[in-house]
Design a protein around this ligand. Structure first.
Ligand code: NAD
Ligand code: ZN
Length: 342
């Protein structure tokens, strides 16, 4: 089969023939239709310091996908050839305290698809049946292809109640964009999106932001005044990983406010802990998706009118992977989809 492979230590990815994955007794083999490019894939392609210490080549990369079941292992029940499915990219151990209690998103032994095991940028991918999500009828394949990052957005956006609350989103990358639409759908009053990139601010406005702001040009206290807010934001979703953004969040929270942090800083971040203490703030880290409550919520919100398609900006056939990766790298894109059937 064709697959996009990190062939050795160093920059680049190669579209090459590799053997089809073996299908273990508990596995489902999926013929991949479409995939989404994630920042993780860009890090692996660029071979940055994180990739160099994490990735063991050769590796088929990618973890955001939709496809159809073509084969099931002898232990597998409940899936059949032809089912339209995506994969939960965190393969958990199944044996630790949290896994046994059903809190699989808290497993400390997670192996990432396309990071610690061969991934989904390929014509076929195999995963344990416990990592397969069958889509409800009517979910568009482009949307199904990005259930993984959509799930990051939903997990973060619903970490705290937002009905009637004023929500700050820092960073309108693909995940911040989707989270903007989710908190709007979930009944937030004001959704303020802070993002330096004008292309992404424009998409955020279309996805339900009350106000979009360039943090280099306008401070959030000014936005609060414009909106008639007096006590600060009730909920913040940190989706940039940028140290300045995280400090700005702390400065603009209401007392008793809640902050969900999804963004991954690449350096140490100095924070004023006094602000956390004296404002009685709650801060929660978010990693991945809840298995499978987040997947359920994604589905029912789509069925009740949530639209995340404005966050999808580019589509390429997989053989044009270099153009697809260039678009994703440019920073001016939302989600970039590669088609493996074209
Ligand atoms: P992205 O890099 O495309 O988006 C980040 C955005 O933040 C960019 O648009 C950037 O312009 C903006 N930004 C930079 N400085 C800012 C500032 N000072 N204020 C406001 N915005 C600023 O990333 P993404 O794919 O949307 O992912 C969002 C973040 O979540 C990244 O840090 C990523 O590494 C992380 N992530 C975490 C998980 C998890 O499970 N925790 C999963 C996927 C991604
Ligand atoms: Zn575990």
């Amino acid at each position: 089969m064709l697959a996009l492979v990190k062939t050795g230590p160093g920059p680049g990815l190669e579209l090459r023939e590799v053997p089809r994955p073996e299908v273990g007794i508990n596995d489902v083999l999926v013929k991949v239709h479409r995939t989404g490019i994630c920042g993780t894939d860009l890090h692996i392609a660029a071979w940055d310091p994180w990739a160099a210490k994490t990735i063991v080549p050769p590796l088929v990369v990618g973890h955001e996908f939709v496809g159809e079941v073509v084969e099931i292992g002898p232990n597998v029940a409940g899936f059949a050839p032809g089912d339209l499915v995506s994969g939960e990219g965190h393969v958990v151990c199944g044996r630790c305290r949290h896994c046994l209690a059903g809190r699989r998103h808290l497993c400390a032994h997670t192996v990432g698809l396309g990071v610690g095991r061969d991934g989904a940028f390929a014509e076929y991918v195999a995963l344990p049946m416990t990592n397969i999500w069958r889509h409800a009828p009517g979910i568009a394949e482009d949307v199904a292809a990005i259930f993984d990052p959509f799930g990051n957005a939903v997990h973060t956006a619903l970490a705290f109640p937002v009905l009637g609350e004023d929500v700050l989103v820092t960073g309108a990358g693909p995940i911040g964009l989707m989270a903007t639409a989710v908190v709007r759908h979930a009944g937030a009053r004001f959704v303020v999106v802070s993002e330096p990139n004008p292309v992404r601010r424009e998409i955020a406005a279309r996805m339900g932001a009350t106000v979009v702001v360039d943090p280099r040009e306008r401070d959030l206290a000014d936005v609060q005044r414009e909106l008639g807010m007096v006590e600060g934001f009730d909920v913040a979703l940190e989706m940039s990983g940028n140290p300045a953004a995280i400090r700005t969040v702390l400065d603009n929270m209401a007392h008793g406010g809640s902050i969900a942090i999804l963004g991954i800083p690449t350096e140490d971040v100095a924070l004023d802990v006094n602000e956390i203490v004296f404002k009685l703030l709650t801060i929660r880290g978010i990693y991945g998706r809840e298995m499978y409550e987040t997947w359920y919520k994604m589905t029912v919100m789509l069925q009740s009118g949530l639209d995340i398609t404005p966050a999808i900006t580019h589509r390429f056939p997989a053989r044009e992977h270099e153009s697809a990766f260039a678009a994703a790298r440019s920073g001016d894109a939302g989600k970039v989809i590669m088609d493996w059937t074209a």
